[in-house]
Structure formats: structure tokens, C-alpha cells
Design a protein around this ligand. Sequence first.
Ligand code: ATP
Ligand code: MG
Length: 399
Amino acid sequence: MSRPRPAVIVHYHEIGLKRGNRPLFLRHLAKNLGRATSDLGAVRVRQLSGRILLDLDDHPAPGRVRDRVQRVCGVASTALAYRVPSTLEAMKAVVGRLVEGRAFASFRISARRAFKTYPLTSVELNRALGAFVLEKVAARVDLREPELEIHVEVMPSETFVYVDRLPGPGGLPVGASGTVAALLSGGIDSPVAAWRMMKRGCRVVFVHFHSVPYLPATSQAKARALVERLTAWQYESRLLLVPFGEIQREVVLTVPPPARVVVYRRLMVRIAEALARERGALALATGESLGQVASQTLESIARIDEVATLPILRPLIGMDKLEITTEAQRLETFEVSIEPDADCCTLFVPAHPATRMSEAEVRAAEARLDVARLVTQGTAAVVTETFEFPARTHAAVAE
Ligand code: ATP
Ligand code: MG
């Protein structure tokens, strides 16, 4: 038999449910698949009916391509497949190779035809290939919980055969839903929130507030390390670093201690929003989860939203800390987030922040601040850094 031709096969789910917009979503997905694997060797991305194929003829590392594909938003599942002509003989040859040297007590063949004019039905294919496997190995057929599932997808021009189908992140391809600005602290929650937005198809611009020179630059280093890791999911990122220490110092001069945290948050939102608009973002995103701390009660959230003119998305609002932590570990942001640091939230923060302030109380607390000037001061001092994946480089430019 000729050498089997490797390919990575990609299945999507949610995109398949779209009607009119499906071609647009698929274009984003195909482009992102190409981008995610661009440094690994020549990959040809092709759209087939109901799936995408990454053609890996002569590719040096098909397994690495599959691993990258597993981290592309919009991918429901992926597998390293072999392409053969759609004859029973060719299918048997590759199935034989796949089961060779593998230990399994039970298996099933799952054949699917993408076009119904193929002379054999799926059931007939399952029987013929199943009988072939039974002749070769001492295993039984188990349709419910097989140890090995052998997938056979018959397309009009060729057939794909594969065994290990791995789950992808699901969701929608980055870029398909527009841009959001995510407020990124050095903590555990906000990187997870940013990723959740990517998974819904958003390109994320990161905004980090720091308190240099009042505090060391650790929080910026953490923000960079987090953005670097998250860029693996969206290929290009911008991190906007906003000096906030001076602004906080002014707040401390006139705002009573219990109101300070909410006032800081309202200023962050106003500044982030101005930066977001300039960059075409249509919403902000934060890592808030209801009731987690004083600034995340329903009252505090209402006070924060009152100054916003863009929607503030809070993808973690209904998650508890354990769930968020598990996701942070999976995303490999956790280990960065737990590095010790003093971020701006620890600077000039009162011992007992208010959890239930009325709108009138917050307005009164802000009355002696020149809010417009503080916002301009923040936006004018922003420094932008850019990140790329696979080429992990970044460069700073003052804006
Ligand atoms: P996190 O784990 O994301 O830091 P947290 O539980 O510590 O969240 P807060 O400190 O109340 O909660 O922050 C709530 C949200 O406000 C964060 O998830 C983040 O989106 C935003 N935020 C807080 N501090 C900063 C900062 N220094 N720069 C940018 N955004 C911030
Ligand atoms: Mg925090």
C-alpha cells in the first residue's frame, strides 16, 4: 500500500448551527487555523462539507499541528487522520495499520458518509471493516463504550480514517464577534474572563492599571506574562499599560476611605472605555464574580455600571472561585496569577470598603474630583505593547 497521507481534520459545532453567517465564521476559523500552525511547516487549510481539513502531505510534525489545532477557538474536536481513496481495500489497509500494535479489548467502527451515493451504506462499512479488525486482533465489538473508536469519514473524493478524536475549546473563532477591551489585573480571575470572551469569538485588547512608581513594576510583568500566554489563543494582542498611582493619590486626598474602591473602579472604567473606543472595541470585560469581594456586590456593580457608556461584560459573574481556579490552571495562567505582587488594588485601599453605596453617596464622594482631567491624564499616559503568537516577541511604543 502507498504511504498514508496525514491530515488534521477539524469538526466544529456551533458554527454549523449558523445559517447566513456560516461562510464568514468559517473564513475566520480557517484563517486562525492557518495562523496557529504557521511556524510548524507548510499547512494547506481546506474547507470541506461540514469540516475543515489541514493537508499535511510532507509535513514534518503532524502531531504538533494537531496539538495547536486543539487550542483554536471554534474547534469542537480534532484528530490526526489518514487520507485514502474511497475503496474498501484502501480503508482496510489503513485501519490495519492503525490497530497494529495497539492494545484494546473492545472497539467500534463509526463510519459516516458525507454523500449518500457511495455504494456502501454506513452500516455496511461498519460491518465490513469491523469483520476485518476481528480477523486481525483478539478484541470484541462494543458499540456503547468501546476502548477504541475507529472513525471512517467518506467524502466524495477520498476517505479519512482516524482513531483519537480530541476535544477542542468549542465556541466561535476569534475575530468573528468583534473586539472587547478586557480589564486585566494580575489576579486569577481576569485572565479567565478574557479567555472566555475569546471563546465567544472576540478579539481582546488588554488594559492594565499599574501604580509605578508608588509600587514596584511586578504587576506589569505579570500582566505581560499573562498576555503572552493568552496570545496563543488569539495570535496578536495589544496590552495597554495605564499609570494609575497618581490618580489614586488624588482620590485619597478627597474621597472618604469606604468609597475609594468603587471610585477607583469607576475611574478605571471611564479610562478603559475611552481607550476601548479609540481601538474599535464595542464592550469592556472584567473578571468580576458576584459577591466575591466588596466591589462585586450588586450595589457596587450598579455604581460601576452607572458611569459606563459601553456594555461591561462579566463572563465569570456566576462562577465560584474553585471553578475559576480550575479554568485558570487549564489555561496555564494560574501559575502567573499567584506570583506574589502588590497591584494597584492594594495601594491606598481602605480596611473596610463599602459594599452598599447609593448613587448619591458615590456622586458626593466624587464631587471634589476633576473626573474629566483624571481620565485624560490616564489615557494620555498609556503605553502600548504588542504580542504575537507563534513568534513570541513584543515591542513597546509610546502613544
Ligand atoms: P482578579 O482576580 O481578576 O484580579 P479580583 O477577584 O481580585 O479579580 P477585583 O480586584 O475586585 O477582583 O477586580 C475586579 C476586576 O476589576 C478584575 O477582574 C479586573 O477585570 C478589574 N481590575 C482590577 N484591578 C485591575 C487592574 N489593576 N488593572 C486592570 N483591571 C483591573
Ligand atoms: Mg485582583
